[in-house]
Structures are given as C-alpha cells and as structure tokens.
Design a protein around this ligand. Structure first.
Ligand code: KG4
Ligand code: ZN
Length: 352
C-alpha cells in the first residue's frame, strides 16, 4: 500500500497530510480564517503569503507525527486545480520540488476529486456507482461516480455555490466569516418556518425546469429585501435567529430534495455528501432522514474532513497511484478545470 505526502493550498487553508491508502497517518491544517474575516472574504494575496509561511511547518509536523521521513513516502501529491492561482502555486511548487529532491513520483490532484475521496476516510463505502452531492464555497454539484476519475456531472448551481450563499447572507446579517458555521450557530433555537423564502429553480429554454440544478441568487436577494423591509418597519434588533434558520432551511430543503430525486431517477442506491457545507448539521440530519424514507443508503465525509484538508487529497492520490497515474514534473496550476477533465492531469505533455 503506497504512502503519500499530500499538500493543499487552493484557497484559505494550508494543509499537509501523510496518508497510507485510506488511513490518515498524520494530518495538519492551518486556517487563515481569522485573518480573512477582517475583510469579509478571502484576500488572494494574503492567502498566498500565509501558505508560503505555513506549509514548511505543516510538512515538518506531519512527518514528526507519522514518524516518517520524506525519503520513506512513495509519492508526493498537491492540489493543482481549481482554486486561486497564486495559492495553488505554493503547494504545487513545494510538492514538485520535494518529489524531485527525493526522486518520487508527483501527482497533481483536482480539488473536487479530493472532496469526493473524503468520504473514503469514514465508514467503508458500499461497492458500485453512487451519487455525490458536493457542496463547498466554490461548487454545488451532483456527480455520478462510477470509480476514480470516472465521473459525470448531473446537476450544478447556475450562480452562487451553496457555501458562497451562506457566506454572503452571513455578511448581510452581520455574522462574520466563514458564514456557514456562523449561520448554523445563529440559527440554533430560531424558527425555520417564520419567513417563507424562495426555493430557486432554473428554467429550461424549452420549458419546465432543470430537475437537478440549483440557483441561490434569488434566495440571497430575497434575504436582502426581507432584512431591508424589517429594518424599515423598525424591527430592531433584527430577528437574526429566525432569519438564519429560515435561510438555512431553504438551502437544505432544495439540496435534499433535488439530490434524492436525482439518485432515485438514476437508479442509484447510495447518496454521498461531501464538501465544506457537508459540515452543516441541519443538512446532515435532514438528508439522513430523507434517505431513510426513500430507501437510499447514505454516507457523509467525517466532520473533520468536510472543509478543506490534505488527507482527502492524499486518498485521491492513492487511488490515482493504484491505477498507474503520474503527473509530469512541469505540470502547472489552473484556476478552473471541470472535474470531468481531471484525467488530463496525468497526460504528457501536461494540459497547463
Ligand atoms: O470545502 P471548503 O472548505 O472550501 C471550498 O472548497 O470552497 O468549503 C468552504 C465553505 C464555506 O463557504 C463555508 O461557509 C462552508 O463551506 N461551511 C459551512 C459549514 N462549515 C463550512 N456551510 C454551512 N454549514 C457549516 N457548518
Ligand atoms: Zn474545498
């Protein structure tokens, strides 16, 4: 079983891990959240600088904790797309340099393939095809997975990602960054039915709606109007708990409804939840409940591996290694790359 050093710096978490197959030998994450919170969102230049400072210490830490030296790992992996280019470069250059120095293979990993692999860090997955609801700060996708790299997107958001909607609405309610955990906390004890909010649908040009697609921009605008009208009525302080709970319920309901419908229509029996928003308790509870009713098996990534981390990147790398994948040492990074093109990271010449 191969042992991999994995690095992740695609956004605002610097992370390193040493993974053997599906077992995490050591995992360390340095979050920059506090620093970005002052600006209400991620500042790319600050993110890159902090990655440069944090990554060497994180690598030293995972080596210490696993009791392994870099000479003892079988390969080095780094997230290379999608993400902030300056941020991605830190893990990419560090990873390729270490691979070169220690004469190990290098694997560039697609960030979303890492999120998909995060579920393997929990309970064993039932064999066969499954549907994944991937919900993060940058993506909301329904992905049919047949095996490593064999994926087909069946649904997506046409505007904001679910996590982005949490972040923007949290800012509107004065709840700080990142918005997901802040809204979850503020919604505790709130009435999720108090405010009726839109469950955004995406029209098809030929009529009807895309059954598995999402739209959160209308919900965000409805929240803005609601807050403004409550303020105009003199409702101060704002009923933040009820507002947060009603918003959270609206997001969770559409995610649960459309994912289960998609799994059933596709004849799939297992639904998997991954990505930063998978940490949301209301979503975990309601999805589990609905799957039970619909007779679907369900799996969720362990809480610690929902938001960005390097262990998930390590597991994805182990799966790629097992199928003979290697990346060119001059592979670059890309801000965008559809998940369905992740195979191109192992082609020669490299795609970027
Ligand atoms: O996967 P992730 O760490 O980074 C990206 O790849 O984007 O996801 C970060 C997103 C943020 O938008 C954050 O607000 C959201 O995940 N998030 C949550 C929760 N924890 C993190 N959203 C809802 N509820 C949570 N508990
Ligand atoms: Zn992510």
């Amino acid at each position: 079983m191969p042992t991999v050093l994995a690095l992740e710096t695609s956004c605002d978490e610097s992370a390193a891990a040493i993974v053997r197959d599906r077992q995490v030998l050591a995992s360390a994450v340095a979050s920059q959240v506090e620093e970005h919170a002052r600006w209400g969102g991620v500042v790319p230049e600050i993110a890159s600088r902090r990655h440069v400072e944090a990554l060497p210490q994180l690598i030293a830490q995972v080596c210490r904790e696993s009791g392994l030296s870099l000479a003892e790992v079988d390969a080095v992996a780094a997230t290379v797309a999608p993400g902030l280019v300056g941020a991605l470069l830190v893990a990419s250059i560090t990873g390729r340099t270490l691979a070169r120095l220690h004469a190990k293979p290098f694997l560039g990993i697609h960030h979303l393939e890492g999120h998909l692999a995060s579920v393997h860090l929990g309970e064993a997955m039932p064999p066969g095809s499954h549907l994944v609801l991937l919900v993060s700060g940058g993506h909301t996708e329904l992905v049919r997975v047949e095996g490593p790299g064999d994926v087909r997107r069946l649904g997506r958001s046409h505007d904001d990602a679910a996590g982005e909607a949490f972040d923007k609405v949290a800012r509107l309610l004065g709840l700080g960054y990142p918005g997901g955990p802040a809204i979850q906390e503020a919604a505790r004890g709130g009435d999720p039915q108090r405010f009726r909010l839109p469950r955004g649908r995406v029209s098809r040009p030929e009529g009807g709606f895309h059954p598995y697609d999402f739209s959160f921009s209308g919900l965000k605008t409805a929240m803005l109007r609601l807050v403004r009208s409550l303020e105009a009525e003199g409702s101060t302080p704002l009923p933040v708990a009820d507002l947060a709970a009603s918003f959270e319920q609206a997001v969770v309901e559409v995610l649960v409804e459309r994912s289960c419908r998609c799994a059933l229509d596709q004849g799939l029996t297992t639904l998997v939840l991954v990505g930063g928003v998978a940490a949301n308790q209301r979503l975990r509870t309601q999805l589990a409940e609905r799957c039970r009713r619909d007779g679907l098996q369900w799996r969720v990534a362990p809480l610690a591996y929902c938001t960005d981390n390097a262990a998930m990147v390590g597991v994805a790398a182990c799966e790629r290694l097992a199928t003979g994948c290697r990346s060119a040492i001059d592979l670059g990074v890309a801000a965008r790359l559809p998940l369905a093109q992740a195979d191109s990271l192992y082609s020669t010449p490299p795609p970027f």
